[in-house]
Design a protein around this ligand. Structure first.
Ligand SMILES: [Zn+2]
Length: 478
């Protein structure tokens, strides 16, 4: 029998506000343990939370970008559970009236657009962090810097039909969040976290199967691998008439498999009830409208515009707009350099590979767009050849110097002087009698060899066009 997976994703995003969601403590990542806490986020008795306005604004902004409806009436709820990283023993979250609901993201799969529904998007506070490393086996440490960091929880509909689609959904969602500039979305730092649930059913069947929940994936690739693993595991179980249990599984990245964390019987009852310390309130229509009118251009809009404006292929437009800052870099370049094709080739080739080799984001590139364009113009003028230009770009990344300075300092300018090149050719011909006679006997390839030798003699700096012309001429007369 053919089975199809039904996948839903739950994403937690830390908002990059200056301060925490219910107190004035800094929300910055990386400070020493427990240096960013106060009575409110430590959950001391008698303290009162106050909602950070920026958090609400970022929440509405994201909801609108994800095509969600905004709840007019905002209220928070307490989610009760006991855990050492949660000093109040409850988390302030939203339960029956989430900030927003019923949205969607359009994702690109195999060239066609698929619409993935968003069930809800709500605001909540993050919990602290337990540190097991560096402590002896009998104890763990807790860092409360993270308690009260604002979180957005974004829950998708179970519309996702393959592990690859889950990957595309996450990539598209992250791009939107980055364009909105509301989060770092850094999975390694935990500012973006994803849980997945998956069940399978016979193709064509409407009824949902028993689902399992997957946790502990620390990259989008890990989410895809965990779902692929779970899909195979569930399919095998069905084929062997084994029962699939509703349970929470942890992804073991090293072993590339899932392990049981807890079964449903142990699942929490959170005893939600309205948070009495935060009064419910209404978001005014005009405030929503003002946020809506100030939304930045989003990935799919930028994709369509770049595709139409710069003679790009769909593939090229897709990569360039996958990152807001990469697209901006391209557009700054395109304003001063009209050979869009060449600019695109350089950006998607040498430039991206220099960035990737150094694990640098486009916005932190030591080579500004106008510096790259300067290098392209120098190359177009024939001052250096393409190969040298690539080496110059590497040197620009390494040293931060401009192309002009590097070419001058390292004496890299191309030799176009015919007199000098003729001399080099004469010497090369003298030194390679047998390839020369091979060529005369009709072996065309021999010319490439002689040309290579001449280039070597010129330390790679000979103008290839001129040396090729001169060599052909000389060989005719030789
Ligand atoms: Zn605090």
């Amino acid at each position: 029998m053919n089975y199809e997976p039904v996948i839903g994703l739950e994403v937690h995003v830390q908002l990059k506000t200056e301060s925490k969601i219910f107190c004035g403590c800094p929300a910055k990542f990386g400070a020493g343990p427990n240096t960013q806490t106060c009575p409110v986020c430590l959950g001391l008795p008698g303290t009162l939370p106050v909602l950070n306005k920026k958090v609400l604004e970022y929440g509405v902004k994201t909801a609108l970008a994800l095509n969600c409806s905004i709840q007019p009436f905002i209220k928070f709820d307490r989610k009760n559970y006991f855990y050492p990283d949660l000093p109040k023993n409850y988390q302030i979250s939203q339960y029956d009236l989430p900030l927003s609901y019923k949205g969607y993201i359009d994702i690109n799969t195999d060239g066609s657009i698929r619409r993935i529904g968003i069930t809800r998007l709500h605001l909540e506070e993050d919990a602290g962090k337990l540190l097991h490393e560096g402590s002896d086996a009998a104890s763990s440490y807790v860092d409360f810097n993270r308690t009260g960091i604002p979180l957005l929880e974004i829950v998708s509909e179970p519309d996702i039909n393959s592990p690859q689609e889950a990957y595309e959904y996450l990539t598209s969602l992250k791009a939107i969040l980055k364009y909105l500039d509301i989060s770092d979305c850094d999975m390694e730092k935990g500012s973006l976290r994803c849980d997945a649930n998956i069940s399978i059913r016979p193709k064509g069947e409407k009824k949902l199967g028993t689902k399992t929940e997957l946790k502990n994936m620390n990259s989008f690739k890990a989410v895809r691998s965990a779902l692929e693993f779970e899909l195979i595991r569930q399919t095998k179980a069905k084929e062997n008439n084994l029962k699939i249990t509703q349970e929470t599984l942890l992804w073991d990245e090293k072993m590339q498999k899932t392990i049981t964390m807890r079964t449903k019987e142990e699942a929490h009852d959170y005893r939600y009830f309205p948070e009495p310390d935060l009064v419910p309130f209404v978001i005014e229509e005009k405030d929503i409208l003002s946020i809506k009118n100030n939304l930045p251009e989003l990935p799919r809009q930028k994709y369509s515009r770049l595709l139409a404006s710069y003679e790009l292929s769909e593939y090229e437009a897709n990569i360039l707009t996958s990152d807001k800052n990469l697209a901006e870099y391209f557009e700054i370049g395109a304003q001063i350099y009209k050979n869009y094709k060449n600019l695109t080739n350089w950006m998607l080739g040498a430039f991206l590979s220099e960035l990737n080799n150094r694990k640098i984001a486009p916005e932190n590139s030591p080579v500004a767009a106008r510096d790259l364009i300067n290098l392209l113009k120098i190359t177009d003028e024939g001052k250096i050849n393409n190969l040298t230009a690539k080496a110059v770009l590497t040197e620009m990344f390494n040293s931060g110097k401009s192309a002009d300075v590097i070419i001058k300092d390292k004496n890299l300018a191309q030799i176009s002087d015919k007199g000098m090149l003729s001399k080099i050719i004469d010497e090369t011909i003298k030194e390679n009698p047998s390839p020369v006679s091979d060529y005369k006997n009709g072996k065309e390839n021999a010319l490439m060899f002689i040309m290579g030798q001449a280039m070597k003699k010129a330390k790679g700096k000979a103008n290839p066009k001129i040396i090729n012309e001169l060599l052909k001429e000389r060989m005719k007369n030789a």
